[in-house]
Write a protein that binds this ligand. Structure first.
Ligand code: FMN
Length: 166
């Protein structure tokens, strides 16, 4: 059994729901899981592994998630870390690219993997400028998250934790 932190930055709640689903999968696999907001995490000392994520906005991770990696990089490099982003929407999903900071964050945290999940845009939750941008760019709104994929990725982390028995 590992003590695992799952922390994801979310502006409109959909990435938070992915973090909670990952937390449930890891807890079901027998791990002790805390799902926390990145801004609440001062240190990751005491955890055996971390799963960190963010919604992607204008090509970047949200500042709270970037801040967590920056703040705790010295601790993260000593444990297994997985990163995930949630962003692409539409059919087909767009954009295809990882957030521009992911390479740097993966380097800082020595993360084993980065996984890109599809996201959700719920027009009713957006701010006025966001709604205007989404309309101008003709972005397809809707919930494109694939919960089977989320569960599968969570299970793959659980298997890796069992293998390394951290
Ligand atoms: C104003 C705005 C800008 C966005 N920019 C990007 C982007 O650059 N790349 C991307 O993959 N997704 C982008 N998205 C999609 C979001 O990442 C997606 O909706 C995600 O699920 C939001 O997560 P959250 O609900 O946790 O905030 C954008 C969404 C909005 C509303």
């Amino acid at each position: 059994m590992s003590r695992v932190l799952v922390a994801a930055a979310s502006k409109h709640g959909s990435t938070q729901e992915i973090a909670e689903a990952l937390g449930r999968t890891l807890a079901t696999a027998g791990h002790q899981v805390d799902v926390r907001a990145p801004s609440d995490v001062v240190s990751v000392r005491g955890y055996d592994a971390c799963v960190l994520g963010s919604g992607v906005y204008a090509g970047h991770w949200l500042p709270d998630a970037r801040g967590l990696v920056d703040r705790t990089a010295d601790e993260l490099v000593a444990m297994p870390v997985w990163l995930f982003s949630s962003g692409p929407v539409g059919e087909p999903l767009k954009p295809h690219d990882d957030a521009v900071d992911v390479g740097h964050l993966q380097h800082l945290s020595a993360a084993r993997e980065h996984h890109l999940f599809a996201g959700r845009i719920d027009r009713d939750r957006l701010s006025f400028p966001e709604r205007a941008l989404v309309r101008a760019l003709r972005v397809e709104c809707g919930d494109f998250r694939d919960w089977d994929e989320v569960e599968q990725w969570g299970r793959s982390i659980a298997v890796a934790l069992e293998r390394s028995a951290v």
